[in-house]
Design a binder for this molecule. Structure first.
Ligand SMILES: *Cc1c(COP(=O)(O)O)cnc(C)c1O
Length: 372
């Protein structure tokens, strides 16, 4: 994996053709779903597939494909949270001080509070927009999520990595909202990347999946060991679904990013909407850093309506918006994040732009806005 080009298009080509280049005559192009707990293992137990918890050919197929995009060794997990847990287990020991975004994925903070605090691990919470100026001395790990979810603030990954390393801390970036195609934290200096591939990477809202990637051999060996010992292993059918979804990631992102940009501009100009957050809007506080470190500003946006009731009506009435949590799917979806207790305005709606034809999506959203 080390001889790969840093050109993102070349990485997509390698992702698409990596398996094709390896299959022998008569073998399927699609990775087979191998339901195996036992493998034949006569003699010394020194084969890569000794037992189902250690490895699976379907995991290797998706790890090679995601690894082509990350340009780094990759370990797959049965969910984003399984990947987050593995990353934390590999990165922190007793007494570690961990800097975390207060506006990042909520479950990560609960996991640390409920299970890691009792081992002396101390989380310190800071909003993403303050990460760029926060003093990193005394920390063992800096955890970033940028663009943050759901508030869509961004921080400067490269500058923070430089300061963190100078202070003796490692950096792990949750890259779920960007995917490796829109942002490359490892190239910006991060020690590790985690992602929930349940979102855009698998992309079809039909499977939970996750991965960890790192160019640090020691760290990646610890992540692999964690999966083997903890048993946080993906099912072979789930690995297949994630692989199949991944094959169209680049194509889907094209439409999703274009739709997000068009939606942001439509919502921004409408009387029912009081504020829009989208890192691609020139007026957005995230614009400058996003333009510097992201290939494109993504497919997630936020709109604050005049009232909570108008916000709910907008999501429920629009025939092109699926009212649900999560993001990154084929269908445009949205929800008021305050219903989960996120620190955003009650009338703030997070929208995830989908793959609908842009004009049809805009027409449906525009008509609904006019009825509010
Ligand atoms: C969804 C999500 C996770 C957790 O992923 P699951 O696949 O639901 O376990 C972690 N981080 C971020 C940023 C997410 O959006």
């Amino acid at each position: 994996m080390t001889d790969q080009d840093s050109n993102p298009q070349r990485r997509v080509l390698d992702m698409l053709h990596g398996r094709a280049r390896k299959v022998a005559k008569g073998e399927p192009l699609a990775p087979p779903i191998i339901n195996a707990a036992k493998y034949a293992l006569p003699g010394a137990p020194d084969h890569p597939f000794p037992y189902g918890r250690f490895d699976n050919p379907g995991w290797q197929a998706i790890e090679d494909a995601i690894g082509a995009l990350e340009d780094a060794p990759t370990i797959c997990f049965p969910s984003g949270m399984a990947a987050v847990t593995a990353a934390l287990m590999a990165l922190v020991g007793p007494g570690a001080r961990v800097l975390l975004p207060s506006d990042g994925y909520y479950t990560v903070r609960v996991l640390i509070d409920d299970f890691l605090r009792q081992h002396g691990i101390e989380p310190v919470l800071v909003p993403t927009r303050q990460m760029d100026s926060y003093d990193l001395s005394g920390f063992d790990l800096v955890w970033l999520e940028t663009p943050s979810n759901p508030g869509l603030d961004v921080c400067d990954i490269k500058a923070i990595c430089e300061r963190a390393h100078a202070a003796g801390a490692k950096v792990c970036v949750d890259n779920t909202t960007a995917t490796p195609l829109l942002q490359d934290p490892l190239a910006l200096g991060a020690d590790m990347v985690v992602a929930s591939d349940t979102k855009a990477l698998a992309g079809h809202s039909d499977v939970l999946f996750g991965h960890v990637a790192s160019k640090d051999d020691t760290l990646i060996a610890r992540v692999r060991q964690w999966r083997k010992l903890s048993g946080a292993t993906p099912g072979p059918a789930e690995a297949f679904l994630a692989y199949r979804g991944l094959m169209t990631l680049e194509l889907r992102l094209e439409r999703m990013c274009a739709n997000a940009d068009a939606l942001a501009r439509l919502l921004q100009g409408h009387a029912s909407v009081s504020a829009v957050r989208f890192p691609g809007l020139e007026t957005d506080p995230s614009y400058a850093i996003a333009a510097k470190q992201m290939v494109r500003p993504g497919f997630v946006l936020g709109a604050t309506f005049k009232t909570e009731e108008t916000a709910e009506r907008f999501i429920d009435d629009c025939p092109a918006i699926f009212h649900a949590t999560s993001f990154g799917g084929i269908q445009t979806s949205g929800e008021r994040r305050a219903r989960w207790g996120d620190d955003v305005a009650p009338a703030y709606v997070r929208l995830s732009a989908g793959c609908e034809p842009t004009d049809a999506l805009l027409a449906a959203v525009s008509q609904t806005l006019d009825t509010l």
